[in-house]
Every structure is written in C-alpha cells, then in structure tokens.
Design a protein around this ligand. Sequence first.
Ligand SMILES: [Zn+2]
Length: 91
Amino acid sequence: MTDTPKPQQGTWTLTAPDGRTWQADSPIACVRNEQRERVPAEVALQRIKAAVAEDLCELCGEPMPPGETMFRYHGLSGPCPKPRAAVQTTD
Ligand SMILES: [Zn+2]
C-alpha cells in the first residue's frame, strides 16, 4: 500500500448550497458532522444492518453459519434456529 498525503492541518469547512456550514479538522469529519445532523442514528444503524443482510437467512432472519453464507436459507447445517420471520428482501 502506498502512503498518501494527509489532509492539510487546520480547520476545514463544508458549505451546503443553502449556505450552512460544518467545520472540523478534516474533510471526512466535516462530512460526518453534516451526515449526523441529517441522518438519525437509528436510520444509519438500519443501513449498516441492511448492508450485512446478505449473510442472514431469508426465512428466519438469523445469521448464516460460516460456509453456508452462499445459500439464502438455513438447511445445509440444519433447520432454522428460529421460526420464520417477516424478513423483507429487496430483490
Ligand atoms: Zn433460517
């Protein structure tokens, strides 16, 4: 991996089209502050869970065991550990 330059030291300012600003000591911290203001923590958590949902059984919603995550449902290792849940899928 190659080293990349660090952001310039000092105060960074992110300016929205409407003129609101967020200040922090790095560009990414400015963006994080803007996003925290706009996206509730609960929504952010749901998005993280959705991102890893590929490893959840589509029937019961429980995590799939290692080696079985290429399948969509429990079955190879045994039946679902929980009864079928109302799991929403996007496809
Ligand atoms: Zn299952």
